[in-house]
Design a protein around this ligand. Structure first.
Ligand code: PMP
Length: 350
């Protein structure tokens, strides 16, 4: 450990993402989409005018922000874009949550949130989930320097209806409420329509999951002009948006292919429900999910044992060794064939 690092960096335990194996495994551990992105993406990449690459990209990312604005029914000035929603979240934490009062977050949610808090020296307080493993929104009180949670939540999978987010916003008006909608397209209800009446609501989204573009690193935030301006203040480099020309062109093509998007999301949701039925038949408890993953445990087998057994059989799922979650597996929804392989492997182990 270097003495040249700042104290916050020295004390930091970095977020450990799911393994990206080199061998061929059935990979159900990082909630990637099992289907390729829209064919329009390949077309854009084939047609790209490489001569244009000698130029810097549009500093305002105008075309991309316009497309996202149209997709979500807001104005382009209400859209911020970045390299994955992880980067957008980092900007948001810096812009809004460095406050005297603590940031509130669920005790179980995306594990990047506490990492950002430690990195940016943000005080935070966690709120326990309720006994159904759902975020206890009513327990988020007004005494806070901000609120952040994923909706639907990860790794549990439950999504709150918009009306419940609206109820939270009616109580919390003097700090930023950040709703991370990385998984909302798999059956959740977006809070974006609430942005019009709530200047303190910021919603983040990503093209990594429902648009099959995790490799592209494209995320965004939608909020009032006031919040977007706050994010713009902290973004760096020549006062320009951090999205490159290729990513921008690819993202626009993917966003405009709504048919492909809807079809893929529906397929993932159908496979999820089929997988749920099979897991229940094997004796698993499966939490309700509005995401592209299932959070599940078996009354007779430790999560670690199941994880290791699946790994031996060439199937990679996610197991968390923390927060009382160690009984559970988080299983991303793959193709029907991949899920059949998963169920066959579990049948052999149980
Ligand atoms: N939020 C949540 C809840 C996530 O699970 C993830 C993906 N790990 C992200 C945000 C970040 O996604 P990306 O940076 O790929 O947009």
């Amino acid at each position: 450990m270097s003495q040249l690092w700042s104290p916050a960096v020295r004390a930091l335990t970095p977020y450990v993402p799911g393994e990206q194996p080199r061998e061929r495994l059935v990979k159900l551990n990082t909630n990637e989409n099992p289907y390729p992105p829209s064919p329009a993406v390949a077309q854009v990449l084939r047609d790209i005018d490489t001569e244009q690459l000698r130029r810097y990209p549009d500093p305002d990312s105008r075309a991309l922000r316009e497309t996202l604005a149209e997709t979500h029914g807001v104005a382009p000035e209400q859209v911020f874009v970045g390299n994955g929603s992880d980067e957008v979240l980092a900007f948001a934490f810096q812009a809004f949550f460095c406050q005297p009062r603590p940031l509130l977050m669920p005790a179980i949610s995306y594990s990047f949130y506490p990492v950002y808090c430690k990195l940016y020296d943000i005080a935070y307080r966690t709120v326990a989930l309720d006994d159904r493993w759902e975020i206890a929104l009513d327990a988020f009180d007004g005494d806070n320097g901000g609120v952040v949670f994923a909706n639907p939540n990860a790794p549990t999978g439950h999504g709150h209806p918009r009306a419940e987010i609206a109820r939270l916003l009616s109580r919390i008006q003097d700090s930023v409420v950040l709703v991370d909608e990385a998984y909302v397209d798999f059956g959740g209800e977006s809070a974006v329509p609430l942005v019009a009446d709530h200047p303190n609501l910021l919603v983040t989204g990503t093209l990594s999951k429902s648009r099959s573009l995790a490799g592209l690193r494209l995320g965004y935030a939608i909020g009032s002009r006031e919040l977007i301006e706050g994010l713009e203040r902290v973004k760096n480099s020549f006062n320009s948006y951090p999205v490159d020309m290729l990513a921008s062109a690819v993202a626009i093509a993917a966003l405009n292919d709504r048919e492909h998007f809807k079809r893929c999301c529906q397929q993932v949701m159908d496979t999820r429900e089929e997988t749920r039925r099979s897991l229940v038949e094997l004796g698993f408890e499966v939490l309700p999910s509005q995401t592209n993953f299932l959070f599940t445990r078996h009354p007779q087998f430790a999560g670690e044992t199941l994880f290791a057994g699946l790994r031996e059989r060439g199937i990679l799922v996610r197991h968390f060794n923390r927060d009382g979650l160690s009984d559970f597996l988080r299983i991303s929804i793959g193709t029907d064939e991949e899920m059949r392989e998963l169920i066959t492997a579990l049948e052999a182990m149980i």
